[in-house]
Design a protein around this ligand. Structure first.
Ligand code: RNT
Ligand code: ZN
Length: 432
């Protein structure tokens, strides 16, 4: 069968809503294992995922810079046509993506997406007014809005140092920028609930670093200065990284550094799935962290070799993170966000695939026969526990996912891809 034929058949199936008996059967099947499917779907659709704006335009931002941003190893590769060229394009693209993603959403902006009407505004002079259109748009769509200082892609970040820079004038610039960003996040929070303000910096060095303590000491002082004001609507988080291209030997904001900084200052931590050793288990960090540091903000991404930002999939790793988050019983202390960029495929589709994969993995976790498995584990029946984990792959998960999509009024199966193709032909094709 040709792909086109398959897609049109998919569309018919979905609009007919013919999956109800399948859902009923799935509900019974899970109920036998002690899982309440209706409750799982309810929880699933209520958990907000904060979707990053920077997938739409290959992390270019709206400051009028040429080319993509590569400082700190952030580099989108690929030349697929149709990248967003303006705030309006990004909004339009995300509206299309959101129509195809089930469940509650938030939007996540970087400071370099300020809309200044052509005026040059330095990053340390940004104020909430430059984000007014974003705020109104989120209000209209009932999405929350999150924020990030942009400490890369700037002449004062060109040496690979920002908040830990040895030159106090450079450091002060980035401190002022981060303070401005917290104020902007506070203004978002006042209008839309709360807003995360997540700090990631590219600081590090390429080779044979001899002063590892100095930059870290300076980073502590800078962060303390940034966090001085008490802003009730801001959720502050700090994000570590293992290395960046050109910063292979040393990262100032390493995992240990930020985890301990967050614990000592009572702020949150951000775990980005692409920022650890390839065999390091991010899922295991959740239960080790939440007793001490909350919230845990998760940047769902997919590391492939040296790139930390491929489109997430319904992978073992993402499923394990979702499993651990659900098992922790502390979903209120865990915040979901995405962070990836792929310029080699349709960018709106990349958003849809990545965010749907996270939502799917969350559903998979919420449907785990966890009570039975813990019972087996506690009674020392390791074989039963293992068998139950294996059984998960045989359960009628697809029927529940299809139902969740219908509940959220978005297409199931591959039917969403038809919408993307239509959008590509009618909107993206006109962009150059
Ligand atoms: C960078 C971090 C950060 C983001 C960027 C844009 O490696 O993951 O979270 O701000 O990806
Ligand atoms: Zn990230």
């Amino acid at each position: 069968m040709k792909l086109q034929q398959f897609l049109s058949k998919q569309r018919k199936q979905t609009s007919a809503g013919a999956d109800l008996p399948a859902y009923e059967a799935a509900r019974e099947c899970y109920a036998e294992l002690g899982v309440d499917v209706d409750a799982a779907v309810e929880t699933l659709l209520g958990l907000p995922i904060s979707v990053h704006c920077w997938q739409a335009d290959d992390v270019r931002g709206l400051e009028g810079r040429e080319g993509s941003v590569d400082s700190g190893g952030i580099q989108a590769t690929g030349g697929y046509p149709g990248a967003a060229r303006s705030g309006d394009d990004i909004r339009k693209d995300f509206e299309q993506a959101a129509r195809l993603i089930p469940g509650a959403l938030r939007f996540n902006l970087h400071a370099m997406y300020a809309e200044t009407d052509g005026k040059l505004v330095e990053r340390d002079e940004l104020t909430p007014e430059y984000f007014a259109t974003w705020v109104e748009w989120c209000q209209d769509n009932e999405w929350g809005l999150d924020f990030n200082p942009t400490c890369f892609g700037h002449r004062l970040a060109a040496e690979g140092m920002t908040l830990s820079h040895p030159d106090s004038a450079v450091r002060q610039f980035w401190i002022r920028h981060c303070i401005a960003c917290r104020q902007i996040a506070e203004s978002f929070g006042q209008k839309l609930g709360t807003a995360t303000c997540n700090i990631w910096i590219p600081d590090g060095s390429k080779d044979a670093t001899v002063d590892r303590a100095g930059p870290r000491q300076r980073l502590i002082e800078s962060l303390d200065a940034v966090l001085q004001a008490d802003l009730p609507h801001v959720i502050d988080t700090v994000e570590s990284k293992l290395f960046g291209i050109g910063l292979e030997d040393y990262t100032v904001g390493s995992h240990e550094f930020y985890l301990l900084y967050a614990a000592s200052r009572g702020i949150g931590i951000c775990f980005d799935l692409g920022h650890y050793h390839p065999t390091e288990n991010v899922a295991d960090k959740i239960s080790a962290t939440v007793p001490f540091v909350t919230p845990v903000l998760l940047h769902i991404s997919r590391g492939v070799r040296w790139d930390s930002d491929h489109v997430p999939r319904f992978s073992d790793e993402v499923r394990a993170v979702c499993d651990e988050a659900v098992r922790s019983g502390q979903l209120d202390d865990i915040l979901w966000a995405t962070d990836f960029f792929d310029a080699s495929i349709n960018r709106v589709a990349a958003w849809v695939i990545g965010v749907r994969a996270v939502r799917k993995a969350l559903l998979y976790a919420l449907l785990e026969p966890w009570k039975l498995a813990t019972e087996a584990e506690r009674s020392g029946d390791g074989a039963a526990k293992l068998a139950l984990q294996e059984l998960r792959a045989e359960l009628p998960f697809g029927a529940v996912w299809e139902h969740a999509c219908q509940r959220a009024d978005v297409p199931g199966g591959l039917a969403w891809l038809t919408e993307i193709k239509r959008y590509e032909q009618t909107v993206l094709a006109d962009r150059c």
